[in-house]
Write a protein that binds this ligand. Sequence first.
Ligand SMILES: [Zn+2]
Length: 145
Amino acid sequence: MVISCCDSRVHVTAIFGAEQGEFFIHRNIANLVPAYLPDGEPHGTSAAVEYAVSALNVSHIIVLGHSSCGGVKGCHDMCTGLAPELEKSSSFVGRWMDILRPGFEKVKHMPDEAERVARLEREAVMVSIENLMTFPFVKSALDKK
Ligand SMILES: [Zn+2]
C-alpha cells in the first residue's frame, strides 16, 4: 500500500517503476493518516488502511511525502495565523490538516520559514506513521510480521 498526496505531480507508479494496478494506492491531501478513531463516522483513509491490511494483507505500507506540498504549506499557514479561513470548523481542508498540528509543534521554533515548511513535510510522514500504529489491526499485523 502507498499513501501519497493528491498532488498531481506525485506519480507513485512512475517513482517506483511499477505498472498500473501493482500497488494499492490511497491519495489524500498531504499524505496524512489520522489516528484510529472508531466513532461510527465515515473515514476514507482509515477505511483504505483497514481494507489494505485486513482484506488484501499488504506486506508493506509506504507513506510517500513530497516537497513543495501545498497541503503542508496550508497547515503551516493555518498554524501561523496566515490562513484564518482554514481555522473555520466548516473547512474540510483545515480540519484535515489538524492531523498535522502535532508536527507543526515540533518545527514551530525554526526561524527560517522555507526550512520550517520543508521539515513539516517530513513531519507529515512521521505523524502518519505514528498514527498508523494506533490502528489495532496494523499493530497486530506488524507483530505477526
Ligand atoms: Zn502534497
